[in-house]
Design a protein around this ligand. Structure first.
Ligand code: AQP
Length: 340
């Protein structure tokens, strides 16, 4: 890799799905990549605007997201963390890409379709559905802004959860279209760095999400008592033993995945450890593992909450470093498309 980029929306407190899915990978990439590989982790506040947000909540979530990234081990000397909206080139490149992306590609995106169908028991998306959904153009072109985030920096690798695979494929298609249209290899085709998907504690057919009710996920700042309560109430099944079968026992499989990932052991190792456990014993062990893993992170979160000046400085410094790459590439893109 030459440049690795991955974003997070400041929509709420990040949860263990975000942590196990991407944040822990971002942290380990700091150790496993050569110093010449640039690591960019934008807090994508413009993406968060695609669903109406309370301005105060957005501001607070941005700071909290930055605090949590630092508490999890993102090192500002190695990685650039910054607010997407501080670099106007993101929106400018998104506009260029909007102008070459067929609408039919966007209407195929499953996340868009899922949002449209949210709370509605409908089968097909027609004009009536669109106008009654209250959803806006920004949400429709959300994946184009994501493509702009990635292509603006000519990212070569993008760590993502499984839910983002389709959006990254779209990014590659947009890059190919752009390169062909202007007969130049401006954008490299970014590759994914994939990770496991952590599912909701209540409904194992849905991914754990910041936008769902709080009891379906474990936030990185949940207290030990809350973690214990959420795990205790999490969905299980009628079998008493612990076996891993995502098809027939998806809820238990999800809990085993969390247990293994938290300790960086394999699912097989977890199963061997709990071959004699019943559900209650396993859930108690899982609770302990989560509490222990999050404890040092939570201490750091508490400390950084009193160091807001420092956190703002980190974001400012990250934006300054990222904008050097952004400005250089934007200049090239403007020339290629004839604006300069
Ligand atoms: N449940 C998950 N398991 C593994 N990875 C996940 N990610 C999200 N949920 C899971 C990955 O985390 C990165 C940052 O996600 P995001 O905040 O940009 O947006 P998201 O994918 O929409 O995540 P949420 O938590 O569901 O947020 P809301 O509810 O705000 O939309 C992404 O790489 C994602 O794959």
């Amino acid at each position: 890799p030459e440049l690795i980029l991955s974003g997070i929306q400041p929509t709420n407190i990040p949860h263990i799905g975000n942590f196990l899915g991407v944040i822990s990978k971002w942290v380990s990439l700091q150790r496993t990549t050569h110093d010449s590989v640039k690591l960019l982790y934008p807090i994508v506040d413009l993406h968060a605007l695609t669903i109406p947000r309370d301005p105060e909540h957005l501001k607070k979530s941005k700071l909290e997201t930055a605090i949590i990234l630092l508490a999890c081990g993102i090192d500002p000397a190695r990685s650039f963390i910054f607010e997407q909206s501080k670099i106007p080139a993101h929106t400018e490149v998104a506009w260029f890409l909007n102008c070459i992306t067929p609408m039919s590609w966007l209407s195929r995106m499953t996340q868009w379709k899922a949002k449209i169908k949210l709370n509605k028991n409908i089968q097909s998306i027609d004009d009536e559905v669109l106008s009654s959904s209250g959803l806006c153009l920004g949400l429709f072109s959300y994946p184009v802004l994501q493509a702009a985030d990635i292509l603006l920096y000519k990212a070569t690798h993008v760590p993502i959860g499984e839910d983002q695979v389709q959006h990254l494929e779209l990014t590659r298609d947009i890059a190919v279209t752009f390169n062909k249209m202007f007969h130049q290899n401006v954008f490299p085709l970014p590759l994914s760095i994939m990770s496991d998907r952590i599912m909701s504690l209540y409904d194992p057919s849905k991914k754990m999400s910041k936008s769902d009710p709080s009891n379906t996920r474990i936030n990185l700042d949940d207290s030990p008592a809350i973690i214990a309560e959420k795990i205790k109430k999490s969905t299980s099944d009628s079998l008493k033993c612990i076996t891993y079968d995502p098809i027939t026992r998806p809820a238990i499989a999800n809990l085993i995945t969390i247990y293994a990932a938290m300790q960086e052991i394999t699912v097989d190792q977890a199963i061997v450890e709990h071959s004699k456990s019943d559900i209650k014993t396993f859930k108690d062990a899982l609770t302990q593992v989560i509490i222990e893993k999050l404890s040092p992170i939570q201490e750091e979160i508490q400390r950084l909450r009193f160091e807001q000046g420092y956190v703002q400085q980190v974001l400012k410094g990250g934006a300054e470093k990222a904008s050097i790459i952004a400005e250089k590439n934007l200049d090239e893109i403007r020339k290629v498309i004839g604006l300069k």
